[in-house]
Design a protein around this ligand. Structure first.
Ligand code: MRU
Length: 360
């Protein structure tokens, strides 16, 4: 498998991480919960281990959890003693259901699992061992496709980025969150590649600090200038510093363009609107869910209150403080200037233009 499609020339190849690699009989991935202090590589050998890794955010970011789940499906069936084709498909459905229940908001998870299952069902072979290989081949295909999509998103976003640009981003949308390169961060990598003088404002992204732990770490490796800010500083940065645009990623885009992304994105979009800073969402087509009409139908994951009461195992609130901890929020489509996809930029009317894009 080619792991380096069209690598950005002035970003050192080893600086842009490959966060996941299939190693013949296991999935190797970096444990994102240990970053930035330690680079710990995991060897996942069962679907249960993949499920645990997704649930506990060892692997996170919408495209990345879809890819991991596709490999997890294979890890859940390779040694299953299937009696026949039907038996294998039943088992695959069972494993897929377990993986799909690991996190609810990012549609990429069920998108990848459903596509893999459909691919098996459409395959003519009746031999379970052949069908198992079909599942693995499909996971590798999705993985490779995702890297190309990320590069295409990176290029597609360039008309939006001026030669001198201050960009605000939220959460982590880089290599760690995808097969490689990222979505919103790929636009930033490619601006750097084109020699643009780009500076990034990185929201720390409370409560789990994906911005400060992961995005700052990725940008530091590639040498792209950035400043880390707390989430509450973004408005002041828009008012007093150079902020030409906001680019974020997404976990699910509804048919009308309403967009779920990491908690804090909604507030950022309102700040951007107030300060007339264009707000864009980098979205692979796999994140667009035309089956739901609007953001009210997007399931929002609520996570452990301990994520808010503690920071890096240090108590920052009373032990019994009542906590509301939604991991995502929904930005209404009216606050979004456009979607940067692998097929180009989609502008309003989103209901019409997103469905046209997907039907093409
Ligand atoms: O809870 P996380 O860290 O998985 O949330 C990730 C995000 O919200 C990302 O912005 C989104 O998945 C896009 S990643 C290209």
């Amino acid at each position: 498998m080619n792991h380096q499609p069209d690598h950005p020339a002035n970003v050192p190849a080893d600086a842009v991480l490959s966060p996941m690699t299939w190693r013949g009989d296991h999935l190797q991935m970096i444990d994102q919960t240990r970053l930035p202090s330690e680079e710990v590589w995991l060897e996942l050998r069962t679907a249960g281990e993949v499920r645990e890794a997704i649930q506990s955010l060892r692997v996170r970011g919408a495209p990345a959890i879809g890819i991991a789940a596709a490999y997890g499906l294979y890890l859940g069936v390779w040694d299953y003693p299937a009696e026949n084709r039907q038996d294998l498909i039943r088992h695959l459905q069972h494993v897929s259901g377990q993986l799909a229940s690991s996190r609810p908001t990012a549609v990429n998870l069920t998108w990848a699992l459903n596509r893999s299952l459909e691919n098996v069902k459409n395959h003519e072979s009746k031999d379970p061992s052949v069908l198992k290989q079909v599942v693995l081949d499909y996971a590798q295909k999705l993985h490779e496709e995702d890297m190309r999509i990320c590069v295409d998103i990176g290029y597609a976003g360039q008309p939006l980025v001026p030669q001198e640009a201050g960009v605000i981003t939220h959460c982590n949308t880089g290599s760690l969150a995808t097969g490689r390169y990222g979505t919103a961060l790929s636009v930033i990598y490619h601006a750097h590649l084109e020699g643009k003088n780009i500076h990034v404002w990185v929201d720390e992204t409370r409560p789990l600090l994906q911005g400060s732990r992961l995005t700052a770490w990725e940008l530091g490796r590639t040498g792209i200038p950035y400043h880390l800010i707390t989430d509450s500083m973004a408005g002041w940065v828009m008012k007093t510093k150079r902020a030409d645009l906001v680019i974020v990623g997404t976990d699910r885009v509804a048919a009308n363009g309403d967009t779920a992304n990491k908690i804090g994105t909604y507030a950022l979009s309102i700040l951007a609107e107030y300060h007339s800073v264009p707000f864009y969402v980098a979205a692979p087509l796999s994140s667009i869910d035309l089956s739901i009409p609007d953001g009210d139908h997007i399931p929002i994951e609520e996570r452990d209150p301990g994520e808010v009461r503690y920071t890096a195992s240090c108590a920052t609130a009373p032990e019994d403080a009542p906590v509301f901890n939604p991991a995502f929020d929904v930005t209404p489509h009216s606050l979004i200037r456009g979607f940067i996809t692998e097929k180009g930029i989609v502008r309003p009317d989103f209901s019409k233009n997103l469905s046209r894009l997907l039907s093409d």
